[in-house]
Ligand binder design. Sequence first.
Ligand code: PMP
Length: 404
Amino acid sequence: MFPVEEIRKDFPILQRQVNGKPLVYFDNAATSQTPQQVIDAIVDYYSNYNANIHRGVHTLSQEATDKYEQARLKIQQHFNAKASHEIIMTSGTTHGINLVASGFGALLKKGDEVIVSALEHHSNIVPWQMMCERSGAVLKVIPMNDEGALVMSAYDALLSEKTKLVFVNHISNALGTINPIKDIIEKAHAVGAAVLIDGAQACPHVKPDVQALDVDFYVASAHKMCGPTGVGMLYGKEEWLNKLPPYQGGGEMIAEVSFEKTTYADLPHKFEAGTPNICGGIAFGAAIDYMNAIGFENIATYEHELLDYATAQLLEIDGLKIFGTSKQKTAVISFNLDGIHPYDVGTLLDKMGIAVRTGHHCAQPIMDYFKIPGTIRASIAFYNTKKEIDALAAAVKKAQLMLS
Ligand code: PMP
């Protein structure tokens, strides 16, 4: 049996009350909660070895550098990258995508095509639109169907020798759909296009193997997987990272600087200008250790049980509709109550101590597809329980009564 009660003791925040009620946290897709082990890593850094890295001869700087680089190795192993210099430390998924989009802006030319999907978060749409404006490349969109899954036959039809890059998410934050990324990558490679996968929503639930996927770029955020905010990772195949120009200029990313000419540092430093989020990177490593100690297979099995349970509980409520009904989905339930605005439901749930997300979830094209302003999204993590799902279902019924 999954030791959820033991696990919950690792999360101090789960003990707190909200509006006089025990906190029930179902906004995990926005940000996950932080276990004591990760909080301890943050406190340890600032209490014992806070220093700038990579250039200090003194002990604190060397200790901080060692710990930071160990974190990079943990990330490399976790994602099964071939080399640690293929892991670029970022401030999060958004930063990683912008870094790659900016680089491709310099490589692409008018008439080249790039492909996005209808299921994306704005952060995997807008940087590419900006890149297309600069380069003259054309953005094509893989459509979705009523289940919230991608129409793969349409993807096949979009691919051609003009396609240079495909960027899709591994799992949709708004609907929970798991995209067939292996297939997407294979088909893109068959026409010579590179692929970026936005793994922000996948990494809390699965352990991606970038070599097995043969993906060119993979991005994620620590704060979705029990780590702190403001830190993340970009995996890039070495040959691609060498081809892309640097993203930002500054300290750390140079080999030599003179007013006549500057040369750039080797990977990964070429893409890491300025002082990074040192403490955040180290805590990201601690979060990866924490999740691996529980085990991603155990997490997936338990979360699926909760997803099935929550889906059944919620569907018992008259007038409740779930958006995102693909069989390939993870622990996200996006729903609406007939005739009631999602925001009103979210506000009432908060009064009952229950945290959910309401709105368009930074995925307006999905809301446009369903012709709705937004949804109520309950996103589940491995520290949630069936009892909390019962509380959610009861609170939704109560909100419905109060609002109809
Ligand atoms: N992509 C997806 C699928 C997401 O869910 C999110 C976060 N909601 C992001 C990208 C952006 O992540 P961040 O804000 O951490 O950069």
